[in-house]
Design a protein. Structure first.
Length: 325
């Protein structure tokens, strides 16, 4: 685990946390990225290699069909704080707009948070371009898993993007921490700029995730309430279940892993929040595994879309459309 992660980064022998210049960091590049994405600096990357040996998670299964692992935290402060600031500065984000139809009425929806996504489903994977120059990471090819040939240009509605190194390190950390054989091929990132940003009750039970999917959710930045409630049980003669919401205050560095029958039977949300912590930003990173192309199309449609790219502007303290700051 540690060898794989540390291979991305130079060894830091300083006794104090090093100061680094962003321009000196190596980057992940790809034709699908709107700009190069910097790799984690060593003072963040090195401690991440030891997370698997930290405090074990709390298992929560005291309600019907509920199967959770709660790491409180997985990443301790100040490492979680530095990771939050780094990812907010370096990742491209989007404010996706899409249409929904209810009966004869079509409505335009603006996602109430900033989003981004990287990854591809199990039917394809990225490999180095054999015709590229050595070390040219920007020339990764997307190939079909069965044929090992480049995927047809019409296979996906959106061009899939490989995980940049800064997120792939976190994927490895989460897989090692749970240590149950679960692997992930997608990384979805939400940025909640304030307490007004939210996500309504939903479940990640789409068919393209397969039966009983595992979703791992890492929180960074401001703490926010995470609500879970059992889905109503339909049909006569069905035994009623308690639908009273469970509430967890997810703090920086916490990891919530939802497994087994959870997605099929429970809904979860991040409600709007008022109060002293409301203006503070929060990043949520979810790791998941899509098994068919429908998953890839869905994730890019609702987390990247076709709108403008946003990036954090430190001077203004907000996300700014790229090219307008």
């Amino acid at each position: 685990m540690s060898k794989r992660i540390q291979s991305f980064f130079p060894v830091d022998t300083a006794t104090k946390r090093p100061k680094y210049e962003a321009d000196s960091l190596p980057t992940s590049q790809h034709a699908t990225y709107p700009f190069p994405i910097r790799n984690l600096p060593s003072h963040i990357a090195k401690p991440l290699s030891n997370l698997a040996s930290q405090t074990p998670p709390k298992k929560i299964d005291n309600r019907p069909h509920l199967d959770l692992l709660y790491f409180q935290p997985l990443i301790s402060s100040p490492l979680a704080r530095d990771l939050f600031c780094f990812l907010r500065n370096e990742l491209p984000f989007y404010r996706v707009q899409y249409a929904i139809r209810r009966g004869p009425t079509e409505s335009q929806i603006t996602t109430p948070r900033f989003t981004t996504v990287f990854g591809v489903d199990e039917t394809a994977y990225f490999v180095p371009d054999p015709g590229a120059l050595p070390g040219d990471a920007a020339s990764m090819l997307l190939v079909d898993r069965k044929s090992d040939k480049p995927v047809p240009s019409d296979k996906y509605q959106y061009a899939p993007r490989p995980l940049p190194a800064c997120l792939d390190v976190l994927r490895q950390c989460v897989e090692a921490a749970t240590a149950d054989g679960t692997t992930y091929n997608f990384c979805l990132v939400n940025y909640y700029a304030s307490g007004d940003d939210s996500i309504s009750y939903h479940s990640d039970d789409e068919r393209f995730l397969g039966p009983q999917p595992t979703i791992a959710s890492l929180s960074l930045g401001a703490s926010r309430d995470f609500l879970l409630k059992h889905k109503p049980v339909a049909g006569e003669g069905k035994e009623k279940v308690d639908t009273t919401p469970l509430k967890f205050n997810l703090a920086a560095g916490d990891l919530m892993v939802m497994r087994g029958e959870t997605q099929a039977n429970w809904l979860h949300s991040i409600p709007k929040r008022k109060g002293s912590h409301a203006p503070q930003g929060r990043i949520n990173i979810t790791f998941r595994k899509a098994i068919v192309p429908e998953g890839t199309n869905n994730y890019y449609n609702y987390n990247v879309g076709k709108g403008p790219v946003y990036r954090w502007n430190q001077d203004r303290g907000e996300m700014v459309e790229v090219g307008t700051d």
